[in-house]
Design a protein around this ligand. Sequence first.
Ligand SMILES: *[C@@H]1O[C@H](CO)[C@@H](O)[C@H](O)[C@H]1NC(C)=O
Length: 376
Amino acid sequence: MRLLACLLLGATAASAAGVTGSAEGFAKGVTGGGSASPVYPDTIDELVSYLGDSSARVIVLTKTFDFTNSEGTTTATGCAPWGTASACQLAINKDDWCTNYEPDAPTTSVTYDNAGVLGITITSNKSLVGSGSSGVIKGKGLRIVSGASNVIIQNIAITDINPKYVWGGDAITLNNCDLVWIDHVTTARIGRQHLVLGTSASNRVSVTNNYFNGVSSYSATCDGYHYWGIYLDGSNDLVTLKGNYIYHFSGRSPKVASNTLLHAVNNYWYDSSGHAFEIGSGSMVLAEGNVFQNIPTIVESPVSGQLFTSPDTTTNAICSTYLGHTCQVNGFGSSGTFSQADEGFLSNFEGKNIASADTYSVAQSSVIGNAGQGNL
Ligand SMILES: *[C@@H]1O[C@H](CO)[C@@H](O)[C@H](O)[C@H]1NC(C)=O
């Protein structure tokens, strides 16, 4: 109902047509396709054309767009770095990865779907929104093209991208872009990363209310938990990660690297067989109001970057100066420790658009029912 109301209001209201609500956090102000008349692709070719052309567009998905088999398959020699058991992922020898990085791994034949390997190009000024719970892209991810800005992806699912194979494809890729809002998206059964921000600057990004589902029949840890979750690389990227449900991963959820400033607020991590955070040299992570349930290793050692885990109300008062609110403590159930209070980087939040923070108990009661496609 709310989506319908927003569509009807779209012609007159200031909010972008087709999009529900507006971004908070670093990507605040993103308009995507703005007030362009919505288009409703019918075929995968139409979808690809709308996402990649030079017009501002509001693209509404009303069904599943299945790219499986649309570009053929490849059979080649890959490798098995984690073993050949049926629950283990295998690796495609992409750019000689097996040869260069896993020379001791047994070789094995791999057959993968070509469409999955590279995501659909998205250019500037696009809103891609799903209608109700019907907008699905299967077998191919989304890749915001280098140099693009002002993109909204909301209320769709991205599924089944060569889940058996590392290098089989990512769900959402950003690199060298600005003002991107990813909201209420579900990702499931992906070969490589569910979300990846590349080594160039992705600038202002808000990742909100998504359901990253790591359940997989094939995993690098051979245990049904996907390893390649969220990878936030970049140069001086600003990433708001709020209200997301990050479920059933064994690693990299997220891996933060290269001067990324991450505000992780009110997310719900549930059930990991490995670690959630990896915090690399130069990166800066503020975590507040999150829930960690059954996460044995919340952050992998060592923490090479800076980390503020909002440990207690006295320490958290410092946030007021830089974020405009006192940081919220995180909540823990059957999880490992997470306590560090590097304060030196908090001044980087000053003057930016900062997401608000609820208590972890609000996140605990609301995130699972709200996150992902179909829950707008
Ligand atoms: C995106 O929209 C803005 C505002 O209308 C415009 O200035 C800009 O040129 C557009 N970008 C592209 C690549 O079309």
